[in-house]
Design a protein around this ligand. Structure first.
Ligand SMILES: [Zn+2]
Length: 61
């Protein structure tokens, strides 16, 4: 389970998906819909990707 917590204190959204690719699609949609970012740059997306946590429940390396 991939897990993303939005960094914005005003938002605090929590998104989950089974794969990181799927989660990043949700994250991209989230910043567009909620934060009015029409075209998130690669910099923003890679920053957001770096905050994604793998909540597998066991140590996956
Ligand atoms: Zn947010």
């Amino acid at each position: 389970m991939q897990e993303f917590h939005c960094d914005s204190p005003a938002c605090a959204s929590h998104l989950t998906a089974s794969t990181k690719d799927e989660l990043m699609r949700q994250v991209e949609q989230h910043v567009k819909d909620v934060h009015n970012v029409d075209n998130p740059t690669q910099t923003i997306l890679s920053y957001l990707a770096s905050t994604v946590r793998d909540e597998a429940g066991f140590s996956a390396r």
